[in-house]
Write a protein that binds this ligand. Sequence first.
Ligand code: ADP
Ligand code: ZN
Ligand code: ZN
Length: 739
Amino acid sequence: MILLMKFVRVALAVPLMRFFDYILPEQMQPVIGGRVLVPFGRQKRVAIVVEFAQETDIPKEQLKPVLNVLDDAGLFNDDMWNLLKWGAGYYQFSLGDVLFSALPVKLRNGESVVEKNKILWKLTALGEQAMVSGELKRAKKQLEALTELTKNPLEKGNNEFSAAIWSQLKEKRFVEEVTQPLQIIPWQIRLGGKEIMRAEQRLTLNKQQALALSRLLFHQGFAAWLLDGVTGSGKTEIYLQYIEEILKQDKQVLVLVPEISLTPQTVQRFQARFNVDIDVIHSNMNDSQRLLVWQRARTGQSAIVIGTRSALFTQFKRLGLIVIDEEHDNSFKQQDGGWRYHARDLAIVYAKQLDIPIVLGSATPSLESLNNVKNRKFKHIVLSHRAGAGSGLKHEVIDLKRQRIQHGLSDTLLRKMASHLEKGNQVMLFLNRRGFAPVMLCHECGWIATCTQCDKPYTYHQHQRVMKCHHCEIQKPVPMQCGACGSTHLVTTGIGTEQLEFVLQQQFPQYEVTRLDRDSTVRKGALENHLSAIKQGKSRILIGTQILAKGHHFPDVTLVALVNVDSALFSLDFRAEERLAQLYVQVSGRAGRAEKQGEVVLQTHYPDHPLLQQLLHDGYHAFANSALQLRRQMGLPPFSAQALFRAQSKSSEEAEQLLQQIASYFYDWKNRQNMPDLQLLGPMPAPFSKKAGRFRWQLLLQHPSKSVLQHALGQFNFENEVKSSQARWILDVDPQDLS
Ligand code: ADP
Ligand code: ZN
Ligand code: ZN
């Protein structure tokens, strides 16, 4: 009997770099890439089958049998399986966690893949009568629901009306449930005889665009294209027309964007342009909707999928093109949790594996991508002028040292604002600091109200009358007295967006002010309301953090100001300058998009800073070239590869000791392998050395060659090399954020 026993090796969503073996009962037939239910400790867990085995090293008495088989087909196609395996290896993360994180939540939890039949609400004859008879006059929501049904059927449990509304309507027999059998209709069939693209919407490309498109179309198979075009140069138009050609070849398209809620216009433009099925993956979707999109793409029902970072793990029946818009954007890198992948970098690997093209678009390409152009890894397409209307921009630096400044605003800036506003235009102010003031201190002794969990000053929020820590999000009442000397003379220093709003309302009482930041947009629908007030021209002065910088098109904005950029000029993070340059260019792109002359103003105490000088006089690409030269001289990425071990613990020593063990391992390895170029920095306290009550430490590994660093990391076995510790650690390969 024992001889017949077979084993199955599974991946579990646990942070261990190994698989788990289980006995496979004879009658069960799982598949590779499919799910099984297994006992794990005292729990039952969903697991993914990785391979079958005739033998196992686990002692017989410890082996347990598989409890149940959940899928009769694998959940991953070969391409996705290979990508995820590659991604687990490259980022040195558990394959189990990686596989699970690539699945919709419902599948992680063991729910069935087979789409259930849809149940729809249908209007009855009684319901139709009720709509006209006026008997629902007092039941507005019910009437609204019925009215919706006259336009299109609504799915049960998956629409904007509550279950209570439907049960009331059903009771009165105004609606009934009808079952719609599951149908898988490929997008091509759904399109019927219609054109893929609504022809009347197609723009005639200008020369640069036409040349760009023909280069794209002429190429077959894999290529990574950097579509490097100034804001408004018509990159999106090129995506749209390229996508049309790919769809004509019966293939599907994946579009990754940084943040959908901030750029609804991009999605609207796609939807307005095509007659095909477009699925959007956004953060407001529930788990059922996500599962549905996952299935639609996999079965070829969607032609185009637009989504953020994790949409990369959507599987397609036949993917023909990947587009990454704003490729320089940081949000493509997973910054928290365990698996810190970079969606752009993985997407390139994926495209290569599929032998399909990938287009990376940006007005401010990352230095990594520009370097890849130099290395001939990427092909370069440059669009140097605006496609639509838009006149030139005037740039000006205001030296804060020589001016009277009120609440962070110089007299010059206030004068300029007045002049643009008087002409009926809008002005936009950027400040990357929400709240009223970043510091509250005692005027008598200098005590600063500080978050004890993070050792950083609280930000004063006047609107809500609270102190907030922006690192751990803890909130405290505003202190009445100094915590050290008891004085009641507390003052704030520094300026946040709330303060700007307050001051500008006083300076310009005749104009409406809108503030856009994380605080003013938490309520559902608040962002949309603000944006529409701006669009309609009701609001004339716009204040915002970075969220205002992304993609919005406000034709009447003629003056854009960066209120203060000094912290970025002297940051410890070697990427801070690149980010400032990108922000500056993106922000400038908000001005003068229409026929009107635009003006960009930057306030700083350091107007002679070489970065600012170069950016303003010679533009982003000149800046990028010198920044790349500097990185080369200093051996920083992209001229070296980095990996960052981070540890945190309530005890600072514990976190340090953990990293010390890892460091000694790598010092040893370096000597044994004779790898003098492997640099180790640390363990050292992280720049944010304490957060939410935990001490944070770092150990940075750097080597000129990516593959050598990969090799070193690949040989490291945490479980063997490091004594168990209370400290938690993670590894961040190609870290983007060194704080
Ligand atoms: P980007 O994506 O580079 O910012 P868009 O594709 O959004 O540029 O184009 C900017 C503006 O120019 C849009 O209003 C767009 O409709 C217009 N536009 C783009 N291409 C053309 C063209 N060939 N002819 C006329 N207008 C164009
Ligand atoms: Zn004091
Ligand atoms: Zn805190």
